[in-house]
Design a protein around this ligand. Structure first.
Ligand SMILES: Cc1cc2nc3c(=O)[nH]c(=O)nc-3n(C[C@H](O)[C@H](O)[C@H](O)COP(=O)(O)O)c2cc1C
Length: 181
């Protein structure tokens, strides 16, 4: 694929689209390696990943469900979460620890570029899709404890990967707002 098509065809594929296929661990490692090629002021690259699959994935979702229960009694939300993990292959917690060498916003911006690289690289595996989720109790007290984060680490959600039957590429975007001065 040409670079233009790669950028435009990149899509999020969500949990409801996953078919239960398990991705090879090597694929996950290779995808995450691309995050290191993000632009990064002073090359601080201040993030790391925690990968959950199989049993550890179930334990993570038990913690997510427990966290939801402690903050909400919405039966619809809880029902939706009952077997949420089943079709997911790998769920990757994204952790950022600000280096304090550059402003924090620059490191968050760099993280976004790193995750975009993961998204783009995923296109080389058309049988798998994924998305960045900042839901699922990300950075809540209970999930922070479960992940074993130090007070200076921030949980910026998850990258969630699963097998897909159909690679979706269509989307619409408004034109960029550009003022030529
Ligand atoms: C920082 C960030 C957080 C996101 N969090 C969620 C989320 O919690 N739940 C969700 O369904 N999608 C989430 N998304 C994915 C967006 O919904 C998705 O990018 C958007 O629908 C556009 O679709 P596309 O990625 O296919 O272009 C997130 C995306 C970003 C960049």
């Amino acid at each position: 694929m040409e670079i233009n098509d790669i950028i435009i065809n990149r899509r999020s594929h969500f949990q409801k689209e996953f078919n239960g296929e398990i991705a090879p661990d090597e694929m996950i490692s290779q995808l995450l390696e691309f995050s290191q090629w993000a632009p990064s002021h002073k090359l601080t690259l201040p993030w790391h990943f925690m990968v959950y699959k199989n049993e550890s994935k179930i334990h993570l979702f038990d913690a997510i469900r427990s966290s939801i229960k402690s903050t909400s009694s919405d039966p619809i939300k809880l029902e939706k979460m009952a077997h949420f993990e089943s079709p997911i292959s790998h769920i990757i917690a994204i952790i950022l620890e600000p280096s304090l060498k550059v402003p924090e916003w620059e490191e968050i911006a760099s993280l976004g570029a790193g995750i975009q690289n993961v998204y783009l690289a995923l296109l080389q595996y058309p049988k798998f899709g994924g998305y960045w989720s900042t839901g699922l109790q990300a950075n809540s007290e209970e999930i922070r404890n479960f992940l074993g984060l130090s007070p200076t680490e921030i949980h910026y959600g998850y990258f969630i990967i699963g097998g897909i039957n159909e690679l979706r590429t269509k989307s619409q975007r408004p034109k960029a707002i550009i003022n030529w001065i």
